[in-house]
Write a protein that binds this ligand. Sequence first.
Ligand SMILES: NC(=O)c1ccc[n+]([C@@H]2O[C@H](COP(=O)([O-])OP(=O)(O)OC[C@H]3O[C@@H](n4cnc5c(N)ncnc54)[C@H](OP(=O)(O)O)[C@@H]3O)[C@@H](O)[C@H]2O)c1
Length: 250
Amino acid sequence: MRVAVAGGTGLTGKRVVGSLIAAGHEPVVLSRARGVDLVSGSGLADALTGVEAVIDVSNVTTSRASVSVAFFEAATRHLLAAGERAGVRHHVVLSIVGCDRVDLGYYEGKRRQEELVRAGSVPWTILRTTQFHEFAGQILDRVPPGPVALVPRMLSQPVAVREVAEALVALVGGEPLGTAPELAGPRPEQLVDQARLLLRARGRRRWVLPVGLPVESARRAAGGALLPTADGPRGTVTFARWLEEQGPDA
Ligand SMILES: NC(=O)c1ccc[n+]([C@@H]2O[C@H](COP(=O)([O-])OP(=O)(O)OC[C@H]3O[C@@H](n4cnc5c(N)ncnc54)[C@H](OP(=O)(O)O)[C@@H]3O)[C@@H](O)[C@H]2O)c1
């Protein structure tokens, strides 16, 4: 099957492309680097020729609600409209466990993306997953440098991107499910513990200081609102095993 991967050059997208090839599908990458702009829609109609299904793992890196909503709204509208014209039979989108329980700016865009997919006429599956194992490193890279790293208190159940990609490819080959059971990693982890393990693996001496911001969204993230609330598939790769696999590149 010919499957378009929106964001196919990104962290998740590269793994999705690999999993599609391994499963005998033909991936078509949609990204600006490949001449397709999801926000303006340019290049999209041509790229979707002969495509039967779409996996949307596109992304914008921001903590601002306005930027997130603008990106996911435009990209999703263009993908759905072009998909409908091209006869796409299944639109699969990756979203985030708890994005409707924690009021972070970025999550507002993810909620808008989900709403548009649910209201659209292309049959759909939404897979919500927890944070990836890479998330701790993304946070550490964003906090100010120095001997002390201020890391927000947050409880999550991180999952390996490889297992997320495999789940998306398994879903795209089946019937549209609507909201799929949530995918999480094997066990809950405190973000500050992950940050400490990661710094040790990187050979960096920094003191990790947990911070609890006095806002409702931070309290919720610290209190477990990003954990799955129902049974569902669980990845097998723990954060510790993932760190070992990364070696010095962690
Ligand atoms: N990080 C997590 O812990 C986590 C957890 C659960 C779900 N997710 C979801 O996973 C998805 C993928 O995240 P990621 O971290 O893998 O993404 P990423 O590495 O930031 O990659 C983003 C992709 O989107 C493409 N893109 C961005 N703007 C575009 C545009 N205007 N037109 C076309 N393509 C564009 C990029 O390619 P170009 O730059 O070439 O355009 C790239 O391929 C996101 O929807 C995110 O919400 C993430």
